[in-house]
Design a protein around this ligand. Structure first.
Ligand SMILES: [Zn+2]
Length: 423
């Protein structure tokens, strides 16, 4: 068995490395003086090297097609949406503890950062069995003596780097009390100090690495569509939601979109009873082990107003809680003069799919709830991309970071004041 360490420095952005393993086809040791055999071996090694190199090339970041706008050059230093930003932040941890929870098909690490000591929930059953027994406490005993557990699942769609920028700043606040603009967040820091917090800065490093744009601020929304969902072999775009009609995204693929990991898996719609992606398995395992009180899956869209989405296929009491937090968050955005929905807006708590055909899927956030009882939901942030007819976006870097940090603060605020005890 040989191991070859291959480092790609081409992008200048990430310095990923991969370990390739293969079994030697040659008798060892071989005679150095057996020239015909040596020639054969050299040729075979060259062939193997070409295979290894080409597989590495397929992992490199997608170039921006000629004619498409270049990456933004005015991205401020505090807007840390790259994988290298995550790596640097983790390197500087003093309070938080980082773990590699999975390795992607592209050979990249998926990190989780932990704050606060984990409480012993005296678990003796999995969540659904405990509910079957009539008391979720068999899965996790939670009362005022245990800390609230807050779980942040960073973007599982690689083109949605806004959540990475937010979470790297949240880690920085947890460490120093300030975000990368130098702004203090004493309330947020206090919440982190009193809770158990788990942060996955990027749920899909493969996709993030393939996305050539570090932000979509002031770019046409179509660029996000093209590079997120990818293209077919004939060059036409997959778009949303048609891109969910082929899963794994394999076969008719020109450019694999950043939505997917390198194996074509959209983690949001993995097969949750038998996950295809290691990233999904790791995200679910944390929920099962940590029994989070609240969990967010961070996403972004070509929208001006950020919003939470309802969690489908979950119990009515949980939908009501998600709607309650959504209203409070919207109210908070409104009071801060940030983009918001009109006063009185709230999420629907209606039945899922009362009539055929079904339209609401059981996705990652549904699975997270059913594994752990967590109050899980999807959050959609604005990309700051251009909405038709405008030549300047109303949402830029500062605002995107505020949208993220205010969401986190409201999540803590809600769960600290509205905990569900299982005992
Ligand atoms: Zn998304």
């Amino acid at each position: 068995m040989y191991k070859i360490l291959f480092t790609n420095n081409k992008t200048g952005r990430e310095k990923p490395s991969r370990i390739f393993q293969f079994t030697s086809p040659y008798p060892m040791p071989f005679s150095l003086f057996n020239l015909p055999q040596m020639k054969k071996i050299v040729i075979k090694h060259l062939v193997l090297s070409v295979i290894i190199l080409s597989s590495e090339i397929t992992l490199s970041q997608n170039p921006i097609d000629p004619g498409d706008p270049p990456n933004n050059k005015d991205i401020p230093g505090f807007y840390k949406s790259r994988l290298s930003d995550i790596k640097a932040e983790i390197k500087g941890l003093k309070t938080g503890k980082a773990e590699v929870i999975a390795s992607t098909p592209g050979g990249l690490p998926v990190y989780a950062v932990y704050y606060g000591q984990k409480d012993d929930f005296q678990s003796q059953a999995n969540y659904n069995s405990a509910v079957g027994a009539g008391n979720a406490a068999y899965y996790a005993k939670k009362d005022s003596c245990t800390k609230p557990v807050v779980y942040f699942v960073g973007p599982v769609h690689g083109s949605e780097g806004e959540g990475i920028a937010g979470l790297v700043n949240l880690i920085h606040i947890s460490e120093t009390g300030k975000d990368y603009r130098g702004r203090a967040w004493p309330e947020l820091k206090k919440y982190v100090d009193q809770c158990r917090v788990i942060i996955i800065p990027s749920g899909n490093p493969d996709g993030r690495k393939r996305c050539p744009y570090d932000s979509f601020v002031n770019l046409p929304c179509e660029m996000m569509t093209k590079y997120a969902q990818g293209t077919r072999k004939d060059g036409t775009w997959w778009k949303h939601p048609q891109c969910k009609g082929l899963h794994p995204m394999k076969g008719d693929v020109g450019m694999l979109g950043a939505y997917f990991n390198d194996n074509g898996i959209n983690i949001m719609h993995d097969e949750f009873f038998s996950p295809m992606a290691e990233e999904t398995k790791a995200i679910l395992k944390i929920a099962r082990d940590e029994a989070p009180d609240i969990t967010v899956s961070l996403h972004s869209c070509c929208c001006l107003v950020p919003s939470m989405l309802q969690n489908y296929h979950t119990p009515l009491f949980m939908k009501k809680r998600v709607a309650e937090l959504a209203s409070q968050l919207n109210q908070r955005y409104r009071s801060l003069n940030m983009p918001h929905s009109k006063e009185g807006w709230t999420l629907s708590i209606e039945d899922d799919d009362p009539a055929f055909p079904p339209k609401r899927s059981f996705n990652l956030v549904s699975a997270l709830h059913h594994l752990s009882g967590t109050m899980s939901f999807t959050f959609e942030c604005s990309h700051g991309s251009l909405i038709e007819g405008n030549d300047e976006s109303m949402v830029k870097y500062n605002r995107i970071l505020d949208i993220q940090l205010i969401l986190y603060q409201e999540m803590f605020n809600y769960i600290v004041n509205n905990r569900l005890y299982w005992n």
